[in-house]
Write a protein that binds this ligand. Structure first.
Ligand code: FAD
Length: 320
């Protein structure tokens, strides 16, 4: 069985929560103790955090890896990971940049944005992907004989929050090789801070394109009012792109990361970019399409028209 590695991302010195899902994804591939890899500059604390989740951690520490420059990370990974290995990424905008090129460098198979693992049969990894915006699922056989690079959609595997691995960290910085780059990293642009801080809300009434018209946003605002001070209205990116709500209310990989107690996803399809911004809490999805991908990530799914359901819910809450 090929060795399994999970590439972990971190931000401002804190490991991304996707690490806790990747450990379970890795176990679904090999069953054995997988190895995590962290890259960056001055990453001892992040490597120690990773060792609480993974039994084995490799760190590659180099000033050239200080920023998420996929070109440089790819070079380091290709030098550190043995040929024929399976490498897992959390599916996000960074992995979309880094993972395909890594598979080329490793001469390995590549499959992106998987939403399930059906099992392993010899050197065949059986995975599930979604096509046509989640309308259909495809079952894909990946030949791992020469290695494989796989990105896993956030929310596909449960997070192992026990942090009891007590793993060890191996420093492979000296093996990273030439980390010169044609691509220069300039800056990280954080999302604008607005008047509303959706990251602090206990309940988010989050609206997507299913809200249909700007005037209908009032329906979500009414529900938020009925829910009281703990609630706020957030949204998916098309709502911000249409300038119906400010950018500070956007949830997702290019918006805010939120961890409310309850996340009401109203008329939101469940793209990985959106789900990537939801880090916990009870997800209640309301969508009129029973096959919408959001139902895969939701704890509670309600097939309904939000333009009818939200006013009815508001009325009930007001009565209570
Ligand atoms: P859609 O995908 O159009 O889904 C609308 C949903 O509403 C559908 O499931 C439909 O069935 C349902 N619906 C329609 N009418 C009703 C109704 N009356 N009642 C109930 N349900 C209804 N997106 C983000 O959200 N956040 C990000 O940070 C983000 N970053 C991105 C970064 C990049 C680089 C790229 C390329 C994209 C990014 N996106 C982001 C966009 C993302 O890919 C999706 O396009 C977006 O999340 C879709 O938003 P949506 O679910 O609101 O719309």
């Amino acid at each position: 069985m090929a060795q399994v590695f999970a590439y972990l991302v971190h931000n401002d010195g804190v490991l991304d929560d996707s690490a806790m899902e990747l450990i379970n994804a890795a176990k679904a591939v090999s069953g054995d103790a997988p190895t995590a890899i962290v890259t960056g500059s001055g990453i001892d604390a992040v490597a120690a955090e990773a060792a609480a989740i993974f039994p084995n951690v490799i760190k590659v520490d180099n000033a050239a890896l200080a920023y998420p420059n996929a070109e440089v990370v790819r070079k380091a990974l290709a030098n550190v990971i043995p040929a024929g290995s399976v490498v897992l990424f959390a599916h996000n905008t960074f992995s979309m940049d880094c993972a395909p090129g890594l598979s080329v460098k490793m001469n390995a198979a590549f499959v992106a944005d998987i939403v399930g693992i059906d099992g392993v049969d010899g050197s065949t990894l059986k995975v599930v992907r979604q096509e046509f915006g989640g309308e259909v699922c495809t079952h894909v056989n990946v030949d791992m004989a020469g290695g494989a690079v796989v990105s896993v959609r956030p929310g596909t595997f449960p997070a192992d929050e026990s942090k009891s691995a007590g793993g060890s960290v191996t420093d492979k910085s000296a093996d990273a090789g030439d980390l010169s780059a044609n691509r220069k990293f300039i800056e990280i642009v954080a999302p604008e801070a607005g008047d509303v801080d959706i990251t602090k809300a206990d309940i988010l009434v989050s609206i997507g394109r299913g809200i249909e018209e700007e005037d209908n946003i009032e329906i979500a605002m009414n529900l938020k009012e009925a829910l009281g001070n703990a609630a706020e209205v957030s949204c998916s990116r098309p709502i911000v792109d249409a300038k119906w709500l400010e950018a500070s209310r956007q949830v997702g990989t290019s918006g805010c990361t939120v961890k409310p107690k309850v996340y009401l996803a109203c008329g939101i399809s469940g793209s990985f970019q959106h789900l990537g911004g939801i880090k916990g809490g009870l997800i209640v999805a309301i969508n009129k399409n029973p096959n919408a991908p959001i139902f895969q990530a939701a704890n509670v799914g309600i097939v309904a028209d939000i333009l009818e359901f939200l006013p009815a819910l508001t009325e009930k809450i007001e009565e209570m």
